[in-house]
Structure formats: structure tokens, C-alpha cells
Design a protein around this ligand. Structure first.
Ligand code: OSB
Ligand code: MG
Length: 372
């Protein structure tokens, strides 16, 4: 390969209605707006999806900040240079602090571009070893326990390998107890999206008796020390999501025992290169990882599937079928889950999915083309 050059970068703000509302401890949403990034080099195009949402609740980034940072800072840094490998892109953007979701969208598009130029599946370039990945589902807070039971029954029947339910104070211990009563020993975990305070430790310890696979991000995203104290008080493993905004944050968390499992989302840490470093760090310390989700369209979802084919992604991820999110998705055919709860890693070049550009066009609210 003669190296990777980016001659053109196109931003598209896309809005798609969700098949069903999604509610977490920070609120309910009915649609998803996100930025698609396409990069062109040598007549080949690579695609990335920025996971920043319209509001700064999961992370401080939004669609508006990501658009601004990519247009005014990241694109100028990426243009006019030759990268030996897409791994070099994150470092080239290092002058910009933070903004990992914006950086990841550009970086991941560059990985897709490189894989397409070399005519290999992205998983091969990333170092993936699996041909299919284990899949779980994330089920939001519902209006009633009956409605939650319906959703869980549907997803178990579809074959998913584990159920994650969102919790918050007042929708937690009783709900988990009811799930155990109704569904027995199914693989089950909860995600609090930072809804608890250290003073809630006793309430969280009340979850220990339900044999949950893990409790995801119980406390504040900046709070590693209290997670370490909480982990010492719990039998259930803590998994960190929001707190692991960089590889360095993961080193700090592991050094003090703030968690026993890590959820990897490339958008949160700055892309595939940083995700591989995080994956390898966890592997070297015997920490299992799984791939998180951000309600991606088929484009971001395909990226996630390729990344989740690396060997230490040993637990089922939040990478489910397209039809749970968007109907239709931006790709055709959509991502499917098998009866045994696995998703096949695409074998075509790059992310290996077929984008339906008519659908993208219809869902696009704003477009901006930037040239080197
Ligand atoms: O905390 O994992 C999370 C969705 C948006 C923001 C944060 C999270 C989530 C999910 C959904 O749990 C995962 C998915 O199905 O994409
Ligand atoms: Mg989470």
C-alpha cells in the first residue's frame, strides 16, 4: 500500500425514527440523529458514524459539537498528509483535546477506506479472529413491568445470549427480583448510566443476591475512586462504560480495582486504534471486555461487529439486529441475529455492508463537503 490520503470529507447529519422509544436514567428518546462521515482517497470511499447524540447527557459531545470540531479542526489536520496505516490517524488528531466521538468518526472512516483499498474485510485489518460474535440486547426502562416482561420474552425467543436492563433508583431491585421470578436463571445484567451516588451502596448491594453478570456504570462517570470502594463491597462485578473515556482512564480504573469488566465503545475512546489498545490492555490483565452499543445505524453497527471479532471480546455485546432500532436501516440487507444469538462478521471489503444511498438521502437533514 502506498499509504492513506484523504482528499475529501463529507459530513451528513441524518435523523431516523427509532422503532420503539429508548429510555435510560437520563431520559427517553424516540429518534436518533447522528453524523455520517465519508472520507475519499484515491477514488475509494470509507464510512464512519459519529455516535454523539443531540444532547450532552451520555457524554459531553453532541451532534453540533462534533460537526464543528470535525469541520474546523479534524478535517484540516487529516487533509494533506499520508498515513502509513489508519492506526496513525488518532495521533495526527492529538492536538485537539477530547472530542473522542468526533475523532472516532473520522478515524473509523479511514480504517474502512484502508480496508477497501486493500480489498480486505475490516476485521482482518483490525486483527479480528472470530467469524461470528455473541450478541445481547439492551432493554430500556419501560412504563410497566408487564411491558418489560414482553420485551424480555421477545428477545429471549429471538435467541439473544444475554439480557441487559436499564435501571435507576426506583426501577431496580424490585424489577430485577420480578425478572428472576418470571424468567429464572437467564444471563442478566443491569446498566445504571451513572444514576446512583456512593450513599446508595446498600441499595446496589441488594442486587448481589440475583447473580447478575455485572452492574454497568453505577456511579458518576468521573468517579473512579468510589467505584473502587463500591466494587470492594459488592460480589457482583462492576463494568465501566462512561468512565472509560480513554485508554489512560482504563489504566487508572484497573490500577485501583474500580471494575472487573470493561465495555468498549470505539466512539468513547477515539476510534478503532484506541479500542484495540484498550482491548489489549484488558487482555494483559485478565479483564474481559464486551462491545457496547450507541443505537447505531447499520454503518456504525458494521464497524462494531468487525471490532468485536477481536479475541478478548469474550462476553456478548450490545450489538443486536438492525430491526430492533430502525425499519428500514440505512443498509440493505440489515444486520441479522442467528437463532443461537450470534451475528456474522461481514466478509466483503471494508465494513462489508451495502449502504442504501436513497435511504441515506431521504434521512439527511444537512450535508457539507470539505476538500483538501
Ligand atoms: O449506556 O450502553 C449504554 C445507548 C445509548 C447510550 C448509552 C448506552 C446505550 C445502550 C444501548 O445501552 C445499546 C444498543 O443497543 O445500541
Ligand atoms: Mg452503558
Amino acid at each position: 500500500m502506498d499509504g492513506l490520503r484523504i482528499d475529501r470529507l463529507t459530513l451528513r447529519l441524518v435523523r431516523l425514527p427509532l422503532v420503539a422509544f429508548f429510555e435510560t436514567s437520563f431520559g427517553r428518546i424516540d429518534d436518533r440523529a447522528f453524523i455520517l462521515v465519508s472520507v475519499e482517497g484515491g477514488g475509494v470511499e470509507g464510512l464512519g458514524e459519529c455516535v454523539a447524540d443531540v444532547d450532552p447527557y451520555y457524554s459531553s459531545e453532541t451532534t453540533v459539537t462534533a460537526w464543528h470540531v470535525i469541520k474546523d479542526f479534524l478535517a484540516p489536520l487529516a487533509f494533506g498528509r499520508t498515513f502509513d496505516h489508519p492506526r496513525a490517524v488518532f495521533g495526527a488528531l492529538a492536538r485537539v483535546r477530547g472530542h473522542h466521538m468526533a475523532k472516532a468518526a473520522v478515524e473509523m472512516a479511514a480504517w474502512d477506506l484502508a480496508a477497501r483499498q486493500q480489498q480486505v474485510p475490516l476485521s482482518r485489518l483490525l486483527g479480528g479472529t472470530r467469524t461470528e460474535i455473541p450478541s445481547g440486547v439492551s432493554i430500556g426502562i419501560q412504563d410497566s413491568v408487564a411491558q418489560l416482561f414482553d420485551k424480555i420474552a421477545t428477545e429471549l425467543a429471538a435467541g439473544y445470549q444475554r439480557i441487559k436492563v436499564k435501571v435507576k433508583p426506583g426501577w431496580d431491585v424490585d424489577v430485577v427480583a420480578a425478572i428472576r421470578d418470571r424468567f429464572g436463571a437467564v444471563p442478566l445484567m443491569v446498566d445504571a448510566n451513572a444514576a446512583y451516588r456512593p450513599a446508595d451502596a446498600a441499595r446496589l448491594a441488594a442486587l448481589d443476591r440475583f447473580d447478575l453478570m455485572m452492574i454497568e456504570q453505577p456511579l458518576d462517570y468521573e468517579d473512579l475512586r468510589d467505584h473502587a470502594s463500591l466494587q470492594r463491597a459488592l460480589r457482583t462485578p462492576i463494568c465501566l462504560d462512561e468512565s472509560i473515556h480513554s485508554v489512560r482512564a482504563a489504566e487508572d480504573a484497573l490500577a485501583i480495582g474500580a471494575c472487573r469488566i470493561i465495555n468498549i465503545k470505539p466512539g468513547r475512546v477515539g476510534g478503532h486504534g484506541e479500542s484495540i489498545r484498550l482491548h489489549d490492555l484488558c487482555a494483559s490483565q485478565g479483564i474481559p471486555v464486551w462491545h457496547g452499543g450507541m443505537l447505531e445505524s447499520g454503518i456504525g453497527r458494521a464497524h462494531n461487529i468487525h471490532l468485536a471479532s477481536l479475541p478478548n471480546f469474550s462476553l456478548p455485546g450490545d450489538i443486536a439486529a438492525s430491526r430492533r432500532y430502525f425499519a428500514p436501516d440505512l443498509i440493505e440487507p440489515g444486520i441479522e441475529v442467528s437463532a443461537s444469538g450470534t451475528v456474522a462478521v461481514p466478509t466483503g471489503a471494508g465494513i462489508g455492508v451495502h449502504v442504501d444511498w436513497d435511504r441515506v438521502k431521504r434521512a439527511t437533514v444537512e450535508t457539507l463537503e470539505l476538500r483538501a
